[in-house]
Design a protein. Structure first.
Length: 160
């Protein structure tokens, strides 16, 4: 996806009216790329837990800090929404409880939210190995029906 392409920007128009866009998907599904595009094309603040594992430009995952990273994302989401900003949150959100704090932030701030399930086929930038991705795929929980009107699927395949 080219962040400056009008064609790619057009793909985001259906999500642009919402105040909070929650992206979910397995590693390599295009979440970070789509979040960056939402920021460039529509002015969304891009937040994700993985941002907290980058030290001096190098990604260093630390499982002991996962809960803290997600808490910071939820806190920053609430603060941004309360300040009138629009936010795109890109995390795997495999289990429903993993997105509860962001959903709660949008509800507390009384801002609109939509869910985008990314299903692209990109190389994952963090080197998550296939057995881990397979385990995540097995634990995947679909959104409840109450979100069906604000649930979108985004399928972007990477040209290999």
């Amino acid at each position: 996806m080219n962040l400056s392409s009008g064609h790619d920007v057009a793909k985001t128009e259906r999500f642009a009216p919402y105040d909070c866009v929650l992206l979910r998907g397995l590693p390599g599904s295009g979440k970070s790329t789509l979040a960056a595009l939402m920021g460039v094309a529509h002015g969304f603040l891009h937040l994700e837990a993985d941002q907290h594992f980058t030290v001096k430009g190098v990604y260093r995952f630390d499982p002991a800090r996962v809960a803290d990273a997600h808490a910071v994302v939820a806190r920053d989401t609430l603060a941004a929404l309360q300040a009138g900003r629009r936010v795109v949150v890109a995390n795997t959100h495999v289990r429903l409880w993993e997105m509860a704090a962001v959903v709660g932030a949008a509800r507390l701030a009384e801002r609109s939210i939509c869910f985008v399930e990314c299903q692209g086929a990109w190389p994952n930038v963090h080197g998550v190995i296939e057995p881990v991705i397979a385990s995540m795929r097995q634990r995947w929980e679909p959104l409840p029906n109450e979100f069906s009107e604000v649930n979108f699927v985004f399928h972007e395949a990477h040209a290999r």
